[in-house]
Ligand binder design. Structure first.
Ligand SMILES: Nc1nc2c(ncn2[C@@H]2O[C@H](COP(=O)(O)OP(=O)(O)O)[C@@H](O)[C@H]2O)c(=O)[nH]1
Ligand SMILES: [Mg+2]
Length: 255
């Protein structure tokens, strides 16, 4: 069911996804049709040189709950920010285009499971989690990155980088408004700010299916990680994550 103010918004960042996205959209559609709540899906594309936009628009023509947005500059972080701020849902879910998690698992990110939490992040680590088909060296690099993240940015998360995360409306509007990172560091940045603001964050172990086809660069992005963590800490010290005041738009009635 499409709706103006849906319960669920699914935000899909997409860069050169003409082949991976259509089967994912079909799976999402088949699942959503079975649900009783309202929903919308937003694809945010930027910098693609393939027909990502065209294939999404063709799907949208038959499925009015889907919107396609083209963002100006490349970067998964920017795409997610644009989508999260465009979304109208009470619960807003980031979802990778390759749908490397079964869409049915999304129920664990919705009521009643969200009660008492503002943010729920999927985790490919810890009891109950499964990583299917991932080569050991990819996992190893991921663990090194996680160690770096724990030592330098945010503690307590075994997997900050999984592409499936839910934010309730308040957390989404608050955090994505101040998000600065457009690249690999955006997940860490969001969790970093969320912690500072006292949001309640739950980690949900999932079964995750490795897909060798990737839009991320293994070595380049790992180096960027350090640079971006440094930028996050610098932004924090400069006060760039201070909550944006909404009072002027609400407290001043038009005279
Ligand atoms: N809009 C947008 N999406 C991106 C960009 N880079 C990666 N993505 C998307 O981010 C998601 C994760 O990418 P993926 O290739 O699955 O990365 P991996 O699973 O971490 O290797 C996919 O939906 C990509 O299309 C980008 O620059 N812009
Ligand atoms: Mg992937």
């Amino acid at each position: 069911m499409a709706d103006q103010n849906p319960l669920l918004s699914i935000i899909i960042p997409a860069h050169n996804e003409e082949s991976r996205l259509p089967p994912s959209l079909a799976k999402i559609d088949a699942f959503l049709k079975t649900q009783t709540y309202t929903y919308e899906v937003i694809v945010v594309e930027n910098g693609s040189i393939d027909r990502t936009v065209e294939v999404c628009e063709a799907f949208a023509a038959e499925h009015p709950y889907l919107r396609v947005i083209e963002a100006a500059v490349r970067g998964k972080g920017l795409a997610v920010k644009v989508g999260m701020l465009e979304a109208k849902g009470a619960y807003r879910f980031i979802c990778d285009a390759d749908l490397s998690m079964a869409i049915e698992d999304i129920v664990q990110f919705l009521p009643p499971y969200v009660e008492g939490y503002d943010i729920i992040i999927a985790s490919r680590e810890g009891e109950g989690a499964n990583r299917v088909g991932e080569p050991w060296h990819r996992h190893f690099i991921g663990r090194i990155n996680n160690l770096i993240i724990k030592l330098t940015a945010v503690r307590g998360f075994e997997d900050t980088q999984c592409g499936f995360k839910m934010f309730n409306q308040r957390a989404a509007e608050d955090l994505f408004e101040v998000q600065q990172m457009i690249g690999i560091g955006f997940d860490i940045e969001l969790l970093f700010i969320a912690r500072k603001r006292g949001y309640r964050i739950k980690q949900v172990p999932i079964t995750w299916y490795f897909d060798a086809d990737s839009r991320m660069r293994l070595v380049g992005d790992s180096l960027n990680l350090l640079v971006e963590i440094w930028q996050i800490r610098r932004n924090w010290l400069r006060g760039m994550y201070a909550p944006k005041s909404k009072t002027h738009s609400h407290s001043q009635p038009a005279s």
